[in-house]
Design a protein around this ligand. Structure first.
Ligand SMILES: Cc1cc2nc3c(=O)[nH]c(=O)nc-3n(C[C@H](O)[C@H](O)[C@H](O)COP(=O)(O)OP(=O)(O)OC[C@H]3O[C@@H](n4cnc5c(N)ncnc54)[C@H](O)[C@@H]3O)c2cc1C
Ligand code: SF4
Ligand code: SF4
Length: 387
């Protein structure tokens, strides 16, 4: 074989916590998704759940906060799991779809867009929009596609935890229903992974905002099999931002007199909607809420959960339907089977072209948040090697 015919070989992946810290965590690219935390085989990455936090940090300090002893010895799991490290988007696209997205695909690559809602009235009403996500989880648990789901629960007590969202494990219908609905503060759902492993689960679903749904194809494409292979389903939530929890006290309570314990449901449809237990309804201009945007969202380029099997949102003219973007064969198989056995009611996405146009518009807008200093296009190209 001549030099010019030498096969292209992938550059060896040597990037560890040191690079993750300098390129993602301290630059503001980190969304707090917690992918690195659950992937660390040495359990040396902690996670700050506190208000204003939602960031990973190194638990062993002998090399300083910015380096890792295991990384120095060759461990690279954290960067392999990070969906904001270097060329994450193209890598995930290629892994899932066999190609990178085109510029005219602002919402990512997909197969179908439809509108859906749970046919079970209780699930439908408990869900945020059409109750699709809850219906899928219940159906997938019942039909052996998954045996656990990483989802989010919300505090209901009077002791300050009302509306505090936190990650949790759903193993059955009751658990799924308990987590239904949307909270617009952050919940790092992947953090329930260890609990899932402790429960003996082997086929796990992840429910998460766009930032979280990119974790799975990124870690699978970068060969974090021990964690990645446990995931069997990836359900994404469309997302333009999440808010700091301080918004409850500093805006809703101070300006509008809304104690968080009185809130029954929230939604965002052009305005921040709040329903209270006494039947009252409030609308708060989103511009007023901007000051409480969570820091981790500022550079997030993904509105449409572009790497989920099924992405779900609530935009459009039909309030009680879920805008459903089916991206993979698995996603299509599940939706088709649910429609066929009557678990779901569907209608064409074309019934609400405005919703689809709005999704593309919001996706394009979010993409502008990806900063110029970040890696732009594939860097981990094959490099020629000599034999
Ligand atoms: C922070 C956030 C921002 C969003 N922004 C938009 C948006 O801008 N435009 C849009 O169209 N849609 C947005 N969505 C998605 C939308 O609110 C619904 O989640 C989606 O339409 C699915 O509705 P459903 O009735 O099918 O889901 P449901 O059946 O109600 O299930 C919702 C699932 O989401 C989980 N969940 C709820 N809150 C959180 C949270 N804070 N963190 C992680 N998981 C959570 C629940 O545990 C549950 O599993 C957002 C969701 C969240 C959580
Ligand atoms: S974006 Fe996610 S995986 Fe990357 S450093 Fe932040 S928390 Fe870790
Ligand atoms: S905008 Fe939504 S998807 Fe993006 S980092 Fe914030 S919470 Fe995650």
């Amino acid at each position: 074989m001549t030099e010019t015919q030498a096969p292209l070989k992938k550059e060896r992946w040597t990037h560890q916590w040191k690079e993750l810290y300098s390129e993602v965590i301290t630059t503001g690219l980190c969304t707090g998704c917690s992918g690195c935390v659950i992937s660390c085989p040495h359990d040396v990455i902690g996670y700050d759940h506190e208000q204003g936090g939602f960031t990973p940090f190194h638990l062993e300090e002998e090399l300083g906060l910015d380096d890792c002893g295991h990384g120095v010895k060759g461990c690279t799991s954290c960067t392999r799991a990070c969906p904001r490290f270097r060329t994450w988007e193209d890598e995930a696209d290629n892994f899932m779809f066999g190609r990178a997205r085109r510029d005219d695909e602002p919402s990512g690559i997909f197969k179908d867009i439809i509108l859906t809602r749970a046919s079970d009235d209780f699930i439908h009403q408990t869900g945020q929009d059409g109750g699709l996500v809850s219906a899928i989880l219940i159906w997938a648990l019942d039909n052996g596609y998954i045996d656990a789901a990483l989802t989010s629960y919300v505090g209901e007590g009077d002791d300050g935890d009302s509306w505090t969202a936190s990650p949790g494990l759903a193993l059955n219908r009751d658990d799924v229903i308990r987590g239904a609905g949307s909270r617009y503060t952050y919940s790092a759902n992947p953090l329930a992974f260890n609990e899932a492993m402790d429960s003996g689960a082997t086929k796990v679903a992840l429910v998460g905002m766009s930032c979280q749904s990119s974790i799975l194809p990124v870690m699978k494409s970068r060969k974090i099999g021990k964690v990645g292979n446990r995931f069997a389903l990836n359900i994404g939530l469309l997302c333009s931002k999440s808010f700091d929890e301080a918004i409850f006290e500093e805006l809703f309570e101070l300006k509008y007199g809304l104690d968080r314990t009185t809130i029954k449901k929230t939604n965002i449809k052009g305005v921040f909607q709040i329903w209270t237990h006494d039947g009252a309804y409030y609308e708060i201009n989103l511009k007023e809420c901007h000051a409480w945007t969570r820091e981790g969202c500022n550079h997030c380029p993904d509105f449409a959960a572009e790497h989920a099997d099924i992405s779900t949102g609530g935009i459009g003219k039909y309030n009680d339907w879920t805008l459903t973007i089916v991206r993979t064969d698995l996603g299509r198989e599940i939706i088709m089977k649910m429609l066929a056995d009557g678990s779901l009611i569907g209608r064409p996405g074309d019934d609400d072209p405005g919703a689809i146009a709005l999704m593309h518009k919001l996706s394009a807008k979010s993409r502008q948040r990806w900063p110029e200093f970040a890696w732009e296009k594939p860097a981990l190209l094959p490099v020629p090697t000599r034999k």
